[in-house]
Each structure stands twice: as structure tokens, then as C-alpha cells.
Design a protein around this ligand. Structure first.
Ligand code: NAD
Length: 469
């Protein structure tokens, strides 16, 4: 069904919310088949509009088509396929065992849709991080109001068009706009809010949610470290780090933010990072700026913030091991490796979210762990090393939303794993079953037999009975 009503372009959030509340009552008991048909509509639309998605992202920040396929289209279709394959199982009530005092009863856990949901998304993967959570919401049987980022107008418009072609606003609706629109939406008593963005805005969202006691999933960011151990394979690590860092030009929530390398390997690592950068982004030696495979910085504000970060580090004694050049007209910044960095520099105080990669060295693993633990818990922690004891030590002594051993970033695509942060990097988990649960209420149901009374001993008058328990 195609909605052509132009009033839907700027719909009134409150009217939408009220109509979605009605729908969510109807959708409470929607069957597996009904939910799957909603997911399939999205899958078919994506299949028919792949080029439009690529164009939108190219227009927003010159995202390479191959990266759009890999990091925007593929993860969403994979999420849909995974849901379709597993949803029947996820929706089934699950029996639980009966403890002794409950003998004679039987109990199950039911999953029911939370109801109405609000999805607020960021600009950095504007298709994936908007439609991905929607797949979880629809799988769980929820309606959704979506507020995409104002910073990627082409993709956000396309998402709006897609949703208005596929759904009634009383089912799924997109509300376009900036902070004021978000603020208005956050006043409404949604049953669940799924927010992806910065920790600073995450706190605003959580505060707003307390007014209505809406549950929240907060997918936030922060500084995700790489620890490179004494026995790491530098070539292997460098190739993986370069891809993980420079996909989307470093504008990835789980991009390696800084590297802690054992001091015996620092020189080799820098050499291998340079080789990997050359191989991936400048195979013809014509200059990385000419590479068609490196996205640009999203806007002037972020460009200036990143250049400011490099200048601040240079004024405090950093050295540029690679890169350092930039072009304000095209918002291009060289992949830039920094050494001699310290905590006084902005680059070590804020999430970088761009192509700058600070490299710090350490002499003992304890020192590296202590450094990571002195910062807020990261969204992802990457460890490169072979020794099993050291690997276990890192796993046991650090806390992060996800940990990846001997690779980085690829865990985003693993739909059996919970994806998300911990405290400052996020609350709640996304993807696959975990995303489905985020939009579901797990309801415990206990069935007693008529005439059977397990609580006889618990009833007044307590007197001597209480002493028998
Ligand atoms: P952001 O927090 O600035 O904005 C996210 C969304 O919130 C946008 O739609 C924006 O319009 C809205 N918003 C902004 N200010 C608001 C306010 N005061 N009140 C209500 N809504 C407001 O984030 P961003 O710059 O779009 O994205 C970058 C951040 O997102 C980084 O910190 C990154 O690490 C994080 N991120 C996390 C994940 C994850 O899965 N954990 C994924 C991508 C990005």
C-alpha cells in the first residue's frame, strides 16, 4: 500500500502515538505469519531499492557503495532472515521446572510485545541502525515511531519514503527532524525506547524515559581499545585493525579508538599499519585521498572537531607517524597514526569517531589492563595475542560490552551474540534474539490446580505453623 498523503511528511507525533497505541493492542497476538509478512515487505523493498540506498549514502558522506552493501544493506537483510528463521522458536512459551514448594503447579515464560516503541537513530550507519532495531520491534510484535538523524538527510528521507510505502502511520511511522522533534517524542509514554547515539544524549533519553517509566535500550559509544600483546602477530593484527578503523572513515561506534601495544612491538606494528593502509587505500601509489574506498567526514562541525583534536595533540607533543594531511573542501582527513600521546590530550579524552588512531605503548599486561580499567567501560575491547593465560586474564579482568580476540568490529555481524555496551557504553542488548527480547516483556505464568493449596502453611493464624517452615 502506498501512502501519498502529504500531511504524513510532518505528522503530529501525538496523533501517531495514539493511533499506534490502538494498533499495538491489535498486534499483541499477531501470529508468526503476520510478523514475518511485515519483515518480508521490508526485505522486498530493500531488494528493489538497493541502488537508491547506495545513492543516498553516497550523497550523505560519500560512503563507498561496497561499504553500503556490506555495512548497511547486508546486516539488515541478515537480521530479517535470522528473525524469519528463528521467530517461531522465540515466540513459543517456555516451560520452566517446578521447585519443591510449588509441587503440583506448572509454569511457563511467555513473551509478549511491549507495545508501542520509539526508535531514535544516529547518522553514522543511518540505514542499518534505523531499520535493524525496527526488525527487532516488528519481530516482537511492536509498533514503532522512528526518528532518524537529521545529519544524513538523504538516507533519512529515503527511510521515511520506504516506511510510508510499506506501513500505515498507525503501524510504523517516521518523524523527521532535529533535537526538538526528539524532545517532543520523548515526552510520550512509549512502552520501549531504543536509542542509538552518544552517551551524552543517552543520559537525556534515560532521564526523559523515567517520566513515563518507559523501558530503554541504550546503544551508546565511547573509546574502544585495542590491546596488542607481546606475542601478537603484527601483520595479521594491522590488517584487521586498519579495516576495522577505516571502514566508514573511523565513524563507527565500535571502531578501534586507540591501540595499546607492547613496547617491544611498537615499531613493527606502525610499519605493518602503514603497509596495510597502503595496500587497502593506495595500491597504485597515487595517494590515499584518491581512493574511492574511503568515506568522508559527515559535516564541517565534525571535520573541525577532528582537526582541532590533531592540533591539540601536536601542541602537546604528539608525533604523526603517518598521515596528518586534510582537505576542508572535501572534508577529507588522512588516516592518521599518532604516537607520543597522553591523557592530557583531547584525543585520549573523547571518543575520536574519525580516522585518527593514537598508539600508546605499555610494558606489562597489568599496566595495559589498568589503563583500560581507568576509563569508562568500553563498547568493545579488542585483544590480539596468542598466549591462553594472558587471553583469560584480559577476559577476567576487564569489562566491556563485547570482547573480540584476534580481530575487531566483525562481531557486529554475528547475530547469535548479544550486541551492546555496559554502563557508559550502553544499557541492554541488540541483535537477533537479544533484540527481540529488548522489545518483549517476558511474562511468568504460574498455573495452580483448583483445590490444591501450596500456601496453607503460609496463611494466618501463623502461630506454631510459622515455626514448622
Ligand atoms: P547523537 O547522540 O548526537 O544523536 C543520536 C540521535 O539523537 C539523533 O537522531 C539526534 O537527532 C538525537 N538527539 C541529539 N541530541 C538530542 C537531545 N538533546 N535530545 C534528544 N535527542 C537528541 O549521536 P550521533 O552523533 O548521531 O552518533 C554518534 C554517536 O553514536 C557516537 O557516540 C557513537 O559511538 C554512537 N553510536 C553507537 C552505536 C551502538 O550501536 N552502540 C552505533 C552507532 C553510533
Amino acid at each position: 500500500m502506498i501512502n501519498t498523503d502529504s500531511s504524513l511528511k510532518n505528522p503530529n507525533p501525538e496523533i501517531i502515538f495514539r493511533s499506534q497505541r490502538e494498533t499495538s493492542r491489535e498486534w499483541r497476538n499477531s501470529s508468526y505469519e503476520e510478523r514475518v509478512s511485515r519483515l518480508k515487505k521490508i526485505r522486498n523493498w530493500i531488494k528493489d531499492n538497493q541502488q537508491a540506498i547506495r545513492e543516498a549514502l553516497k550523497n550523505d558522506f560519500r560512503k563507498p557503495e561496497a561499504e553500503t552493501d556490506l555495512s548497511e544493506i547486508f546486516p539488515v537483510t541478515a537480521e530479517i532472515n535470522h528473525s524469519i528463521k528463528n521467530l517461531k522458536k522465540w515466540m513459543k512459551p517456555k516451560s520452566v521446572s517446578t521447585p519443591l514448594p510449588m509441587l503440583g503447579t506448572s509454569s511457563k515464560t511467555y513473551v509478549e510485545p511491549k507495545g508501542t516503541s520509539l526508535i531514535i537513530s544516529p547518522w553514522n550507519y543511518p540505514f542499518n541502525l534505523t531499520i535493524g532495531p525496527l526488525i527487532s520491534a516488528l519481530s516482537a510484535g511492536c509498533t514503532a515511531v522512528i526518528k532518524p538523524s537529521e545529519m544524513t538527510p538523504h538516507t533519512s528521507e529515503l527511510v521515511s519514503k520506504m516506511i510510508s510505502e510499506l506501513f500505515e502511520p498507525s503501524e510504523v511511522a517516521v518523524v523527521l527532524g532535529e533535537v526538538e522533534v526528539s524532545t517532543e517524542l520523548l515526552k510520550l509514554p512509549f512502552d520501549h525506547i531504543f536509542f542509538t547515539g552518544s552517551p551524552a544524549v543517552g543520559k537525556i533519553v534515560m532521564k526523559a524515559a523515567t517520566e513515563n517509566l518507559s523501558s530503554v535500550t541504550l546503544e551508546l559509544g565511547g573509546k574502544s581499545p585495542v590491546i596488542l600483546a607481546e606475542d601478537a602477530d603484527c601483520k595479521d593484527a594491522a590488517e584487521k585493525i586498519v579495516w576495522g578503523k577505516y571502514v566508514n572513515c573511523g565513524q563507527t561506534c565500535i571502531a578501534p579508538d586507540y591501540i595499546l601495544v607492547h613496547d617491544s612491538l611498537q615499531e613493527t606494528l606502525i610499519l605493518e599499519l602503514k603497509v596495510a593502509l597502503q595496500k587497502m587505500y593506495d595500491p597504485d601509489y597515487t595517494g590515499i585521498e584518491k581512493s574511492p574506498d574511503l568515506a568522508r567526514i559527515i559535516n564541517d562541525k565534525h571535520f573541525e572537531r577532528l582537526i582541532g583534536t590533531i592540533e591539540d595533540a601536536l601542541s602537546k607533543g604528539t608525533e604523526i607517524a603517518f598521515g596528518g594531511k586534510y582537505n576542508p573542501e572535501t572534508r577529507y582527513i588522512d588516516p592518521t597514526l599518532l604516537t607520543k600521546v597522553d591523557d592530557e590530550m583531547q584525543v585520549m579524552q573523547e571518543e575520536i569517531f574519525g580516522p585518527i588512531l593514537p598508539i600508546l605503548s605499555y610494558s606489562t599486561l597489568e599496566e595495559a589492563i589498568e589503563y583500560v580499567n581507568s576509563k569508562p567501560k568500553p563498547l568493545a575491547l579488542y585483544y590480539f595475542g596468542k598466549n591462553q593465560e594472558n587471553t583469560s586474564k584480559v577476559l577476567k579482568e576487564t569489562s566491556s560490552g563485547n570482547t573480540v580476540l584476534n580481530d575487531c568490529v566483525i562481531h557486529f555481524l554475528h547475530l547469535e551474540l548479544p550486541f551492546g555496551g555496559v554502563n557508559n557504553s550502553g544499557i541492554g542488548k541488540a541483535h537477533g534474539y537479544h533484540g527481540f527480547l529488548a522489545f518483549s516483556n517476558e511474562k511468568g505464568v504460574l498455573k495452580q490446580r483448583v483445590g490444591l493449596n501450596n500456601a496453607t502453611l503460609l496463611r494466618p493464624p501463623y502461630g506454631i505453623k510459622a515455626k514448622q517452615i
